[in-house]
Design a protein around this ligand. Structure first.
Ligand code: SAH
Length: 346
C-alpha cells in the first residue's frame, strides 16, 4: 500500500493518524502547523520535532510538494504564471495577479478537463485526473513561498472543472480558510463552474461563504449549446433555479461570467437576455472579452461592442464589471492554461 498523503488530512484525521502510529495526539498540532502555516516542504524542515519522529513520519507518510518548472512574468501587468510538476509527472498551471486590493491566485483543480467548452484551451487534451486536496493547497503554498507574498484571494478558475472534484474541493476550502492554516477568508475565495446543476446544489448545502461564479456565456439553451457541451445536459432554467438555491442557502450573490465572442453572444438581444436573467437571480455580471486560443477560431468582440454591451447592462441597473485581461502576453489569461507544457513551447 502507498503511503498516506499527510497534507490532505484534516486536523482531526491527523490526530487519529498520530494515535495509530503510537504518537501523542498533540503532535498533530505541531505537524499541522509546519505543513499549513510554516509551509514546510519536507519533514527535515520541521526542526522542533525529534529526529526519530521525523524519520517515523517519513516511513508512514508522503509529504507532497510541487516542483516549479517555469515561471513567466507578464511585461504588461506583472502577472506571474507558474508551471508546476506534480509527483506523478503531470503538470498544472497557477496564475498570480496583483490588484490594488491584494494578490489573487488562480489555481487549477484538475489535470486537464472533460467539459469541452469550445473556446477553452484547458479542455483540448481531455481530463487526465482530479487533483488531491494537497495538490490544490500546494499551489497556494508554493506561490507564497516562491514570491514571499501573502495571497489574499484564491480563485478556482484555472485548469479543470472544480465541481467535478467536489469532495476534494470542499476539503481544500475548509483547510485553506481554517485558522490553523493560512486562514484566508472564505469571502475571498471564488469557485467557478460551467454549470453542473446537482453539484451546485451540493455546494450550496455546505453553506460556505465563498463566491460561486457561473460560466454562463449564453442566455438561452441554444446559445449556450453552441459554446458549451454541458448545456446539452442542464438548461438555463435549471441553472437559474440552482443559483437561487445557492443564494438562499448562503446569502452570497452569484457572479455570472460572460465571455464576449464576436458575432456569437454580443448582440443587443443577448444583452437583454442577460438583464432578464440577472433579474431572476441575485447576480452581478463579469464580462470577459474572449481570449484567443491558438486552436480555436473564436474572436473577441470589438472594444466598442464590449463597451456598448456593458453600458446596456448598466443602464438597466445590472452591476457589470469588465474583467481586466491579466497576463495575456504569457498565455495566463482565462481559458489559456494548459495541462501539457511541451505542447505549446514549440
Ligand atoms: N471549469 C470552470 C473553471 C475554469 S474556466 C468553469 O467553466 O467555470 C474559468 C473561466 O474562464 C470560465 O468562466 C471559462 O468559461 C472562462 N474561459 C475559458 N476559456 C476562455 C477564453 N478563451 N476566453 C475567456 N474566458 C474563457
Amino acid at each position: 500500500m502507498g503511503k498516506t498523503d499527510i497534507k490532505s488530512l484534516s486536523f482531526a484525521q491527523l490526530q487519529q493518524e498520530m494515535e495509530k502510529i503510537g504518537e501523542k495526539k498533540f503532535r498533530a498540532a505541531q505537524l499541522y502547523e509546519w505543513m499549513h502555516k510554516k509551509l514546510a516542504r519536507n519533514f527535515s524542515e520541521m526542526t522542533n520535532l525529534s529526529l526519530s519522529l521525523r524519520e517515523k513520519c517519513g516511513e508512514y507518510f508522503e509529504l507532497t510538494a510541487l516542483t516549479p518548472v517555469q515561471v513567466q512574468e507578464s511585461k504588461l501587468d506583472g502577472t506571474k504564471k507558474f508551471l508546476f510538476e506534480l509527483a506523478d509527472g503531470n503538470m498544472v498551471e497557477s496564475v498570480l495577479m496583483k490588484y490594488h486590493h491584494g494578490n489573487s491566485l488562480c489555481i487549477s483543480s484538475q489535470v486537464g478537463c472533460k467539459m469541452g467548452c469550445k473556446f477553452c484551451a484547458s479542455t483540448l487534451g481531455g481530463l487526465v485526473r482530479s487533483l488531491t486536496v494537497s495538490e490544490m493547497l500546494d499551489q497556494v503554498y508554493a506561490v507564497t513561498r516562491l514570491t514571499g507574498e501573502r495571497i489574499s484571494n484564491v480563485v478556482v478558475m484555472g485548469i479543470g472543472e472544480p465541481l467535478d472534484n467536489m469532495e476534494n474541493l470542499v476539503k481544500f476550502i475548509r483547510m485553506l480558510t481554517d485558522d490553523k492554516g493560512l486562514h484566508i477568508s472564505q469571502r475571498n475565495i471564488t469557485v467557478s463552474t460551467c454549470g453542473l446543476v446537482p453539484k451546485m446544489r451540493e455546494l450550496a448545502q455546505e453553506e460556505l461563504q465563498i463566491t460561486l461564479a457561473l460560466s454562463l456565456h449564453g442566455v438561452t439553451d441554444e446559445k449556450r449549446k453552441e459554446l458549451m457541451p454541458i448545456a446539452e445536459k442542464y438548461g438555463v432554467a435549471e441553472l437559474m433555479d440552482a443559483c437561487r438555491y445557492y443564494f438562499e442557502k448562503t446569502g452570497r450573490r452569484i457572479t455570472f461570467e460572460y465571455a464576449l465572442v464576436k458575432g456569437v453572444n454580443d448582440t443587443e438581444e443577448d444583452a437583454r437576455g442577460l438583464i432578464r436573467l440577472t433579474s431572476l437571480v441575485h447576480a452581478h455580471v463579469n464580462l470577459i472579452p474572449v481570449n484567443p486560443v491558438r486552436e480555436r477560431s473564436y474572436v473577441s468582440s470589438e472594444k466598442e461592442a464590449v463597451k456598448v454591451f456593458q453600458k446596456k447592462l448598466e443602464e438597466a441597473g445590472v452591476n457589470a464589471t469588465l474583467r481586466r485581461e491579466m497576463g495575456r502576453d504569457i498565455d495566463g489569461a482565462c481559458g489559456q492554461l494548459r495541462r501539457n507544457y511541451k505542447k505549446y513551447i514549440f
